[in-house]
Design a protein around this ligand. Structure first.
Ligand code: PHE
Length: 456
């Protein structure tokens, strides 16, 4: 192995946790979670989402990180070395491809967030104080090819800049700087939101369960959200796990990641709904909640100018630390398997991701009439990854651990760094076993059937 390809490790335990939490916390928490919870019964949905995360999300996350740490390899190399089989290597390959596709549309939305920092700083929101005006303004921006492709390119360049610097000097250092800022910014926004007059209605909306809105569909929606938000099923957590030391405790780290990710989703929901209700706007605006409704909310609240800047910086940081993990999966694959230099892998695949993302960016303007299976290019990329590739990846990870690698082998590896926990609390091992052997495969299979439309 040449010095250039010497594999890096995280510099510290907290470095791994912050980087992995950075991957998990993203548009899924701040943009998607609040509106999905809002549409699916508020607290009732949140409760089901928490149960799904505890019973399936956490066990599969532990398994995915473990596969990475046990092999110190990228997803393809990891599955190959544990099984020696082409089929399982191709499961890793599917993850690498999924990462690529997710990044290509994720970075488009992240670009909007960067663009909205500029809108906020230049005080544009005050020029469009009515919800319909704000929605039209958003439509005009994403309808502009130069605006959408320009900010997309800018976001990709920033992402590449961090990844090219390497695991410790890029990803870990970036996460250590950005994650504390993210936590501070969200606390500021929550305090602002809940202290507004009339905020109680928003808090109640998020915390009071409406069981009548819970259907089979929303239960499965909760599980899907749990996957996307924990960055599971495509090898991002596997790759981050591969830079972990064998002495680190995986179960405890995974619990920390889940707690951080879930708290940020709940806090984002609290900040957004308390502000939306206090200003008398529509909480069920769906995916447009952040880009049409929130700017109007900011024009109506005291200090809204500052808080609008804070919000879009927060959103951009969250998206950036997730995008970094997506680009790292492809980079790790070319560095580990093809012996490329990190720089070459980042340049080539950052560039290709940008090219693949262009049709997604153009879905909102020149290609708006073009569709694949009735979906725009953007929605298609989102659909095949979030609804098909991630659940399938998660399902295969639990099947791999339980039935191919073998639960005993997995447990023996998991014990490294977690001896006390595993020896003193055998009940936790039993829960993990039941989850990876039965609960996760069966329930994920149901999500999968749901997402390909079997139950519709
Ligand atoms: N977890 C990220 C979010 O919530 C999205 C993501 C999915 C990142 C898969 C990496 C891998 O925004």
């Amino acid at each position: 192995m040449s010095a250039q390809n010497q594999r890096e490790q995280w510099g510290s335990k907290i470095g791994f946790i912050l980087a992995a939490a950075g991957s998990a916390i993203g548009l899924g928490n701040i943009w998607k979670f609040p509106y999905v919870a809002g549409e699916n019964g508020g607290a009732a949905f949140v409760l089901i989402y928490l149960i799904c995360t505890a019973l399936i999300g956490l066990p599969v996350l532990i398994g995915e990180i473990l596969i990475g740490r046990s092999t110190s390899k990228d997803p393809v190399g990891a599955f190959k070395s544990l099984s020696g089989s082409k089929f399982w290597a191709s499961v890793g390959g599917m993850g690498v491809i999924a990462g690529f596709i997710i990044l290509s549309f994720y970075a488009v939305v992240a670009g909007w967030s960067l663009g909205y920092i500029y809108e906020a700083v230049t005080g544009k929101f005050h020029a469009f104080p009515e919800p319909s005006q704000a929605a039209n303004h958003f439509g005009d921006l994403i309808g502009n090819v130069y605006w959408i492709v320009g900010y997309f390119a800018l976001f990709m360049i920033i992402t590449m800049f961090v990844v090219v610097a390497g695991v410790q000097k890029g990803i870990e250092r970036g996460s250590k700087i950005m994650m504390p800022i993210l936590f501070a910014l969200i606390i500021i926004l929550v305090i602002r939101g809940v202290t507004l007059e009339g905020a109680e209605a928003g808090i109640a909306f998020l915390l009071k369960p409406d069981w009548s809105l819970i259907t089979g569909k929303s239960i499965l929606e909760a599980l899907g959200q749990s996957f996307f938000t924990l960055s599971m099923g495509m090898g991002a957590m596997l790759t981050y796990g591969s830079y972990m030391s064998k002495k680190d405790n995986i179960p405890t780290s995974a619990v920390n990641i889940v707690i951080l990710d879930t708290s940020i989703a709940l806090l984002a929901g609290l900040a957004i709904f308390s502000s939306v209700f206090a200003t008398g706007l529509d909480p069920t605006a769906g995916p447009g909640l952040i880009f049409h409704t929130l700017p109007v909310v900011f024009t109506k609240m005291p200090g809204g100018y500052i808080f609008s800047i804070v919000f879009f910086i927060l959103l951009s940081i969250a998206a950036l630390t997730s995008a970094i993990s997506l680009l790292e999966v492809i980079t790790a694959y070319f560095v580990d398997e093809k012996n490329w230099s990190r720089k070459k892998a980042v340049m080539v695949f950052g560039g290709i991701t940008f090219l693949i993302g262009i049709p997604s960016a153009l879905s909102f303007n020149v290609l708006s009439n073009f569709s694949i299976f009735g979906l725009s290019f953007f929605d298609f990329a989102d659909y095949i990854t979030s609804n098909i590739m991630l659940p399938l990846g998660g399902l295969l990870i639990s099947v791999f651990i339980a039935y191919r690698w073998g639960f005993g082998n997995a447990l023996a590896n998991l014990r490294n760094g977690a001896e006390n926990l595993i020896d003193n609390y055998p009940v936790l091992v039993t829960i993990w076993k039941i989850s990876v052997k039965y609960l996760s495969p069966v329930l994920i299979f149901l999500v999968f059937l749901y997402s390909i439309g079997i139950f519709n």
